[in-house]
Structure formats: C-alpha cells, structure tokens
Design a binder for this molecule. Structure first.
Ligand SMILES: Cc1cc2nc3c(=O)[nH]c(=O)nc-3n(C[C@H](O)[C@H](O)[C@H](O)COP(=O)(O)OP(=O)(O)OC[C@H]3O[C@@H](n4cnc5c(N)ncnc54)[C@H](O)[C@@H]3O)c2cc1C
Length: 477
C-alpha cells in the first residue's frame, strides 16, 4: 500500500471529478515517490469518479453500470484485452443464473453474431438460458465486450496496466482507499477515484490496501455452517487448464475414445461429450470442442509464480491428449492462462454462508439475485442441499470491513469457501458487478460514503434495470 505521507504528497493536487490533467491542476507534472518503487513517475496522475480494477465478468458490468449512472469511470486491466476468465482462461461456458442486465446484453450479442454454428441462436429463454450447453469462441467475447465498452462515453478502458498498489489513507485503524497505482513501461502512475472497485478475481487491490481476507477451506464451525470440513485445511479448489480443439484436416474424426480423463463439449451439444455417444458425436461432426483439459493443485493462487509452476505441470499432464488430438487432425489451442477458480475472499460487513444459500435467504439489503449449486470441488456436499433455491447477495458482502472508498465485485466478495463455490459463476459475478458499479456511481456523484448511500434508492435502480426479474418471474409462476 502507498503510505499516508506519500499519499498526502500526491493528493496536494486536489481531487476532481472526472479526468483532470495535472497540468490543469498545478501547471506541472507532480513527482510522486512510491513506497514500493523508487522510480519517479513520469505518467501524469489521473482522476475519476470510479476506478474499476479487472475487466472480467465482475468488472465489466461494474464499469458499464457506473458509466450509465453518469460517473466518469476508468476500467483498468492488466491484460491487453478485456474479458477475464472467458478470454484468458477459455472459460467460455456459462453456468448459473440470473442472466439479466448487462450480462444479458452480452449473451444476446454473442447469440446474435457469434454462434459457433454460424447462425444466430434465437432461443434465449425467459431467464437467459437457451436450454443447451453452449460456448462461444474466446475472441467473440473480446469483440462483443469491446463494443459494449466503446458505446459508453463516460468510460475509459486502460489495458496493459497492472495495478501494483493501492493508494490509501489510514484513519484510526480504518482504511480510506483513494485509488490505485498502475505500472506502465516500468513506470508508475497514480489513478485517483472517489470509489475504487476491486474486481481482480484475486482481491489484490483490497489485500494491498490492508483489508482482511479469507483463503481456502474453513472449518464448519468458523461460520456455523451445516456443511463442510470439521477441521479447515486452508486448501483452495484446483486449477484447470482449458483448451479448444479445432478440426484442421478435412475428414478428421474427433478421437474422444482415446483421450484420458478430460471432459468437454462440442458446440451445440446438449450433453457433455461421453464415450457411449461416439457415433452420434462423429455424425454431428462439429469441428470445434471445448475441453476442461487438466487439473492441477496450487497452494498459493495469489502468487503468480506458483500458478505459473502449476501451469507448467499441467502441460506435462496434457501431453498425451494433445498428441492424440493432433494425430487425429485437430489443432489444440491452450488457454493463455491456467484457470484459477479460487483466490482471496475479502471479508466484508457480512460473510455469506453455505446455509444462507441452502435456505435461499433474501436479505433486506439484497443487491443481486443468485442461483447456482454449491460446487466446491473436492468436498462432499450432500445432494439434498447441494442444489438449493435462489438466494440474495447482500450489499454488506461488497463493503470490506473497516474500509471506505472501496467495493468488491465478482468472485472475491465476502463469503465462506462453500458459499463462494456457488456465487463464483459468471452470471452471478456479473450481477454483483452491476450492483457494485451502480452503488459506486451513486456514492461518487452524491459525494457520500459507500455505506451512506440510500439502499432503497440503489435497489430501486437495480430493479428498474431488470436485475431482480429472475426471482420476480419465478414468484409469478
Ligand atoms: C477452470 C475454470 C472453470 C470454470 N467454469 C465455469 C463455468 O463453466 N461457468 C461459469 O459461469 N463460471 C465458471 N468458472 C468461474 C468463473 O469463470 C469465474 O469465477 C469468474 O470469471 C470470476 O469473474 P471475476 O470478474 O471475479 O474474475 P476474473 O474473471 O478472474 O477477472 C478478473 C480480471 O482482473 C484482471 N486483473 C487481475 N489482477 C489485476 C491487476 N493487478 N491489475 C489489473 N487487472 C487485473 C484479470 O486479468 C482479469 O481480467 C470457472 C472458472 C475456472 C477457473
């Protein structure tokens, strides 16, 4: 974190709404010393109402929603293209509900222009399901998302800019987040915002600010849960390196029967690829297949070097299947990054528990509907409780403990390991993001603290955007 002294030095130029160049503020570029790097910053400080870090399923709706509320927003992404897991980990398959709001807009565009069968898919369905297992090409996500971002005049996208620190001020043990610091071209740049949203999937921004976080399997008793481990072991869900196999020879037949332990989907298939359906699969001759390639354990998913080592091990495990697929006349396109399912969970004013999900709790401060099974890899959850009813995400799970100026979005919000295994899926990350972006814009524009915004007003705005349609429509049935 950048310390108070250095922050104040930088803050001398004053915080303004929107993008104000330091030349305007001071007449010259300020020099800011960083606690983590002694280099002088030659990039000018930037000022926004809302800074969203991470352009994944949580961050993109957060940024778009904040911009649509009228806030000046920057969306900061370390990769060179927005997208997050669907783009860089090839998680191009969607589980769970609701598919509403900005996420629904994205899926509609994917169905309309990017269906792998080459024809628009009209069967979107009431809740956004088309009733089929289905995926899109990762580059389709980039194209659709980039267009959605470009359409927002209040939104600036900053790619290739890893956030390396959080700008904070500490007041009597409480943390005030003032923005983040990015690394560009081996130089640092300060980006100040009235509200910052951590949508990194790793919780890096919150951790760098000094926020409390949870990691790995807890004990059942830690949060009084009825399912889980008697004694927590701190382990996270395994990583999976996904790939797409594509036909490159005219008469190639997909060698499913020769592959070892890897599951996948052919586009448009209603079921997982199963060896007892070989004839059907060969006749359908889809030509493009998405595979959950290989699974590797990684102890510290917040440590990039350990994740990289896990990925290298994954390549060894994949060698057999890659050779078989290549020999059969298909290319194997490995995702740029191994898929990391679980990292830090930032402790908030409320911690969502497995029992909240099992019992379908709809809290008074609900800002998002959510509906998906408890899908905690490697942990036995009884079938009787695994597939529960819809539940609500409380705003308090987005407000990190003893911290102001910061909201969380996506899979890092405050919940236990088992609760996280349900709300980590993309549609739920997206509605959480849309709620966080709407709340952040309200706080920034109204000059209020994130905890002081009118919750009823926030809920009314989200309702007007259709974010609660999923549970409203279910009640009507
Ligand atoms: C192998 C695997 C299989 C899965 N299967 C499914 C599935 O079938 N269906 C489903 O719906 N969900 C699935 N998921 C879950 C889902 O993909 C993720 O939980 C979801 O993408 C989380 O969204 P997010 O926005 O919170 O984080 P992410 O998708 O991780 O996005 C975070 C973004 O932040 C950026 N970022 C991180 N650190 C920084 C930094 N310091 N500076 C700037 N940018 C930064 C990242 O580059 C990334 O773009 C799966 C996940 C994995 C890994």
């Amino acid at each position: 974190m950048i310390g108070r002294r250095n922050f104040l030095k930088a803050a001398g130029i004053g915080v303004a709404a929107g993008l104000v160049s330091p030349e305007l503020a001071l007449g010259k570029t300020p020099i800011v010393q960083s606690a983590i790097d002694k280099k002088k910053s030659t990039y000018e400080d930037l000022y926004f109402d809302v800074a969203v870090v991470g352009a994944g399923p949580g961050g993109i709706p957060a940024a778009v929603a904040a911009a649509r509320e009228g806030a000046k927003v920057v969306l900061i992404e370390e990769d060179w293209a927005p997208g997050g897991a669907p783009v860089d980990m090839f998680v191009t398959f969607v589980c769970g509900s609701p598919r509403v709001g900005i996420f629904r807009e994205m899926i509609q565009q994917l169905n309309a222009k990017h269906d792998l069968d080459g024809l628009p898919d009209p069967s979107f369905g009431e809740a956004g399901y088309n009733g089929m297992t289905h995926f899109w090409h990762p580059t389709s996500f980039i194209q659709v998302i980039q267009k959605m971002i470009e359409a927002e005049s209040n939104l600036s996208l900053m790619c290739g800019a890893p956030v390396v620190d959080t700008i904070v001020e500490k007041k009597k043990g409480n943390i005030e987040v003032k923005g983040v610091q990015v690394m560009r071209n081996a130089m640092l740049q300060n980006i100040y915002a009235k509200v910052t949203i951590d949508a990194t999937g790793t919780g890096l921004v919150s951790a760098a600010a000094g926020c409390e976080f949870m990691y790995g399997n807890e004990s059942k008793s830690d949060f009084n849960e009825s399912v889980g481990l008697e004694v927590g072991d701190g382990k996270v869900q395994p990583c999976t390196w996904m790939f797409i196999a594509q036909k490159i020879k005219r008469d190639a037949v997909f060698p499913l029967d020769k592959l070892k332990g890897s599951s996948g989907l052919a586009d448009g298939e209603k079921d997982w690829l199963k060896k007892d359906r070989l004839e059907e699969i060969h006749t359908a001759d889809k030509g493009i297949y998405l595979f959950w390639g290989t699974t590797v354990k990684c102890k510290k998913t917040y440590d990039n070097s350990e994740v990289a080592a896990a990925q290298m091990l994954g390549l060894k495990q994949l060698e057999h299947n890659i050779r078989i697929i290549n020999e059969a006349g298909f290319s194997v396109n490995l995702a740029p990054k191994i898929g990391v399912r679980e990292c830090r969970r930032i402790k908030g004013d409320y911690v969502i528990t497995a029992d909240d999900i099992i019992n379908g709790v709809m809290p008074d401060d609900k800002v998002a509907d959510a509906h998906y099974s408890l899908d905690a890899w490697g942990m036995q959850i009884p079938e009787s409780v695994k597939h529960g009813p819809p539940y609500g995400i409380p705003y308090r799970a987005l407000t990190p403990l003893k911290t102001e100026g910061l909201l969380t979005a996506g899979r890092i919000i405050s919940g236990t390991k088992i609760a996280h295994s349900s709300y980590r899926v993309q549609p739920i990350c997206a509605v959480i993001g849309e709620a966080a972006g709407t709340a952040a814009a309200m706080a920034a524009i109204q000059n209020k603290r994130t905890r002081d915004i009118d919750l009823k007003d926030l809920q009314a705005r989200l309702d007007a955007k259709g974010l609660f349609d999923y549970t409203k429509n279910r009640k009507k049935k």
